[in-house]
Design a protein around this ligand. Structure first.
Ligand SMILES: *Cc1c(COP(=O)(O)O)cnc(C)c1O
Length: 380
């Protein structure tokens, strides 16, 4: 149960106990970590935290994590799971060295997709990157051309709540790679591994863990590219994917990982697998999304921000509010009542709520959140 309201922020509306969610964390990263996973970490505090990542217990967990991800995503033979430090942002830099050969094309339709496009655009060893843009709340499409060796987009643009199904672009060069930033999508959205060469993510979203790590599912073509590029150009060691792969194959990371992050990620992967795998997790997020968008569509003051229903993210919901209902005030009251991180993405600058609907979030809590918002808006 979220704590009772504190302090004097907001108009002092107290939400009745009967309508509050059981857990008040709706952030889009870091996002809700399941209490059972934290409890298991606490239980292992004495023989896990503060032990060497070069010894068997940690290597066993890394091995279980790799196997659990391969099973969760039904990875075909020849694909590998790699991991390293620095989160998705570091993986972008790594990709500019180890995955993009010379010329990339990017779908840029929000903060995260634009950042990777910018990383490739400014890399002096690459040709000028192509960027296909579209306004916030929509998704652009690739315009394949000869010579483009990497096609890049996020599975889910976390800043706007737009999702795009990963697919090999028609007309792309045979050898072109598809690189998907799945940071907020992996583990909550369905996808077909054969359509993607690198499906990479950090675990603080659907994997209900802490940040600092990246994980990547790599196809044989991606593995070949990594091997070839590592011998042909200078690559800083901490972001060299061939070094990361060598270490991942030994169930290690190149430098010291956050042990709590590894442990919590494993708990979430095994929790999802134990409940039925990706289809189960995606269905759970579907239930939350149906509740949230259904509520907004029936509301007199709220509307789903993303117009096309099939582009509306099932894991990050963005809801515009009528100008007469200031989202900042709604968020302040929610926060004062222990319901946190429902704020829209700051740089979008809209009168908007954004709701994390990752698998760890209970769909009943999303329903409770909508009741709380209605309760607040009636009293503002
Ligand atoms: C959160 C997020 C990132 C950034 O992840 P870090 O681990 O903070 O680097 C990148 N891409 C997407 C789509 C995200 O949601």
């Amino acid at each position: 149960m979220p704590p009772a309201p504190q302090g004097r922020s907001g108009p002092g509306i107290v939400l009745p106990d009967g309508i509050r969610p059981g857990d008040g964390r709706f952030g889009c990263g870091p996002s809700k970590v399941r209490p059972e996973a934290v409890a298991s970490l606490a239980e292992r505090a004495g023989d896990w935290m503060g032990t060497s990542h070069r010894q068997k217990p940690v290597k066993e967990v890394v091995g279980r994590l790799k196997a659990g991800l391969a099973s969760l995503f039904s990875l075909p033979d020849g694909h590998e799971v790699a991991l390293g430090n620095g989160g998705a942002t570091a993986f972008w830099d790594a990709a500019t060295f180890s995955l993009v050969e010379a010329h990339s094309q990017h779908l840029a339709f929000g903060e995260f997709s634009s950042k990777f496009a910018a990383a490739c655009a400014s890399a002096p060893h690459l040709d000028a990157a192509d960027t296909v843009e579209s306004p916030a709340g929509t998704a652009p499409a690739f315009s394949p051309a000869p010579g483009i060796d990497a096609y890049c987009h996020p599975h889910n643009e976390t800043s706007t709540g737009v999702m795009v199904r990963p697919r090999r672009p028609e007309g792309a060069d045979h050898a072109a790679l598809v690189l998907i930033d799945a940071t907020s999508g992996a583990g909550g959205l369905r996808f077909e591994p054969s359509e993607v060469d690198a499906y990479y993510f950090a675990p603080q979203k659907c994997f209900a863990s802490d940040g600092g790590l990246w994980l990547a599912l790599l196809s044989p073509a991606a593995l070949e590219r990594i091997g070839r590029l590592s011998g042909s150009r200078w690559v800083p060691a901490s972001i060299d994917l061939s070094i990361a792969l060598d270490n991942s194959r030994l169930d290690q990371t190149y430098n010291t990982p956050a042990l709590a992050t590894l442990w919590l990620t494993l708990q979430q992967v095994e929790w999802i697998n134990g409940n039925g795998g990706l289809e189960w997790a995606a269905s759970r997020s579907d239930r939350s999304a149906d509740i949230l968008y259904g509520w907004a569509e029936g509301s007199s003051y709220a509307t789903p921000f993303v117009e096309k229903p099939d582009e509306r993210s099932r894991v990050v919901g963005t809801i515009d509010l009528d100008d007469s209902v200031p989202a900042d005030q709604v968020n302040a009251v929610l926060r004062a009542n222990g319901i946190v991180d429902t704020d829209g993405y700051r740089k979008l600058g809209r009168n908007q709520l954004r709701v994390g609907m990752f698998p760890a979030v209970d769909p009943d809590d999303v329903e409770a959140l909508t009741r709380c918002i209605d309760h607040i808006v009636e009293r503002l």
